[in-house]
Design a protein around this ligand. Structure first.
Ligand SMILES: N[C@@H](CCC(=O)N[C@@H](CS)C(=O)NCC(=O)O)C(=O)O
Length: 229
C-alpha cells in the first residue's frame, strides 16, 4: 500500500498517473497547499521541502520499515524500480528516459511554474518576467516538439518521462502557447489523454475540492508561511 500526500496540481498528477497505470493500491491524503498543510510538522518529517507530492511505501521491496520519498521525479523513479514498469531495462533507453525525466524536473517544470506565477498569479504584471518565462516555455515546447518527431512517446514506449511532462504540457493554453505550432506535442497530448489510467488519475483529482486562488491563500503559497490560526 502506498500513502500518497497529494493536491491536484501538475506535480501531484505525475504520481497518480503512475499509480493508476501500474494499478497499485494507494490511498490519497490531501495536502491542501492553499491552506498551509505543507507546513505541518508531521508532513515536514518526510517532505522537508514543504511541497507535495510525497509518498510512504508501506511495503517496500526490502521488506523493512515503510519508506518515504519526496520530489516527484524521485517518486516516479522509485515506483518504476519497485514495479519494473515504465522505465526500460534496456541500457540505452533507460539512460534516455532518465535524461528526459531530469529535463522535465530541472527545466520544463520549473520554467512553466514561473510562467504560471508571472502570467496568472503575480499581483503586478511585470512585462520582463512574462516575456522571459513565456519565451522559455516556447523554447522548451520546441525541444519537446522535435523530440516527438516520428515518436509516439518521449522514449518510444510510454514511460515516467511522459508522466512527468504531460501534466505540465496539458496547461499550454494558460501558459500562452499556441498549440498549432507544436503538432507533435498536440498529438502526444491526445494519445496520453486517451489512456484509461490518465482518465482515472484525473477523476481522482476531482475528489479533492480546489477553490479559486484568493489573496489569503496566495499569502500562504507564495509567502512560504504557515497561516496564522
Ligand atoms: N520539485 C518538486 C516541486 C513540487 C511543488 O512545487 N509542489 C507544489 C505544488 S505543484 C507545492 O507543494 N507547493 C507548496 C508550497 O510551495 O508551499 C517536485 O517535483 O515534487
Amino acid at each position: 500500500m502506498i500513502d500518497l500526500y497529494y493536491f491536484p496540481t501538475p506535480n501531484g498528477h505525475k504520481v497518480t498517473l503512475f499509480l493508476e497505470e501500474a494499478k497499485l493500491d494507494y490511498q490519497l491524503h490531501e495536502i491542501n497547499i492553499l491552506k498551509g498543510d505543507q507546513f505541518d510538522d508531521e508532513f515536514l518529517k518526510f517532505s522537508p521541502n514543504n511541497k507535495m507530492p510525497a509518498i510512504i511505501d508501506q511495503s517496500p521491496a526490502d521488506g523493512g520499515e515503510p519508506v518515504s520519498v519526496f520530489e516527484s521525479g524521485a517518486i516516479l523513479l522509485y515506483l518504476a524500480e519497485k514495479t519494473g514498469l515504465f522505465l526500460s531495462k534496456n541500457f540505452r533507453e533507460r539512460k534516455e528516459t532518465l535524461e528526459w525525466l531530469f529535463w522535465q524536473m530541472a527545466g520544463f517544470g520549473p520554467m512553466l511554474g514561473q510562467n504560471h506565477h508571472f502570467v496568472q498569479y503575480a499581483p503586478k504584471k511585470i512585462d520582463y518576467a512574462i516575456e522571459r518565462y513565456v519565451g522559455e516555455t516556447e523554447r522548451l515546447y520546441s525541444v519537446l516538439e522535435n523530440r516527438l518527431e516520428d515518436r509516439d512517446y518521449i522514449v518510444d514506449e510510454y514511460s515516467i518521462a511522459d508522466m512527468a511532462t504531460y501534466p505540465w504540457a496539458k496547461g499550454w493554453e494558460a501558459q500562452k502557447m499556441d498549440i498549432k505550432q507544436f503538432p507533435n506535442v498536440k498529438a502526444w497530448l491526445k494519445r496520453i489523454e486517451k489512456r484509461p489510467a490518465t482518465q482515472s488519475a484525473y477523476q481522482k483529482a476531482e475528489l479533492i475540492k480546489k477553490e479559486e486562488m484568493n489573496d489569503e491563500n496566495k499569502k500562504v503559497l507564495f509567502g512560504n508561511k504557515k497561516p496564522e490560526k
